[in-house]
Structure formats: structure tokens, C-alpha cells
Design a protein around this ligand. Sequence first.
Ligand code: PNS
Length: 165
Amino acid sequence: MTRIAVFPGSFDPMTNAHLAVATRASGLFDQLVIGVLNNPKKRPLFDIEERVALIRRCVADLGEHVGVEAFDGLTVDFARSHGAGFIVRGLRAVSDFEAELQMALTNRKLAPEVDTTFLMTALEYGYVSSSLAKEVAHFGGDVSAMLPAPVAQALAERLSTGARV
Ligand code: PNS
């Protein structure tokens, strides 16, 4: 049996917490597709192609069985389009739990054959989020512990153009 999972998110941009989850999920599933949500309602700092390209650089060492794609619409439809039986989400603190439970139950209602699996992020990244990393970088703080090196560099370059976080 081939175990296929999708790992959906906004990834604006990918953090070390995301990467830790992707790394562990890559060891659990035969195929892992990281899905980058193209949400027209949000104005991300990095456009969809940039986010996909950055994640591809970050996960290049995880193996051929890890892919990265943009998607829009429902996560369960993205999962079904890949024949995935699992959605992977990372959990940091208890504060993540309520929203994640609601999403998992909604997704189960929509697609009972797709199960959501939660991976606790690494302890050292429990505080890391994309939005806080952008804010810290915006005010000149050091984000090297929060972001993979290519992402930290891309963020510094983007902010140097005067982009607003
Ligand atoms: O990185 P994020 O912003 O926490 O990811 C949220 C995401 C993309 C997983 C969630 O918003 C999502 O699944 N969006 C797609 C639309 C959808 O399927 N909605 C119903 C499920 S709650």
C-alpha cells in the first residue's frame, strides 16, 4: 500500500517549524506533496511561484518522493487529486489546537476517506510563525533561527525593496 500525504499551508514564507514537519512527514509517507494555497483573498509577501520555488529549495534534500505544488480551492480536493489518504498539519502550542480541530473535522466531513495527521513541531521551533518572522525581520531582528537560510535571504531582499509585511 502506498501512503500518500499532502501538507497544505500558506507558507508565506516557509519557516523552520514547517520544514521540521515536512522533514518528519517525509519519513512517514511514501509520497508527500506540499501544497501551497493560492488564496486570492490574501495579499502575501511572496507570490505563489516564489513560495513554491523557495520551498523546493528548502526540501531539495528530502528525496524524490517529496513534491511541492500550488493549489487553490479545497484542501480535500487537492488531496483527492493526488490520491492522498492523509493531510499533514503541524501543531505548535495548544493555541493551534482549536482551529486545527475545526479544520480537521470539516475536512473529514467533506472527505471521510482522508485523515488528518498532526505532527508536533520541534521544541525549538514552537514559537515560530511566518507572520512573526516577517515582523521581526521588518524591524531588523535576527531571523536566522526561525527561517531556512534561502528564505531568510529572500525575506531580507524583499524587505530591502520597501515591501510591507
Ligand atoms: O498555513 P495556514 O494558513 O495555517 O494553512 C491553512 C490552510 C491552507 C491549510 C487552510 O486554510 C485550507 O485548507 N484552505 C483551503 C480551503 C479549504 O479547504 N477550506 C476548508 C477546510 S478548513
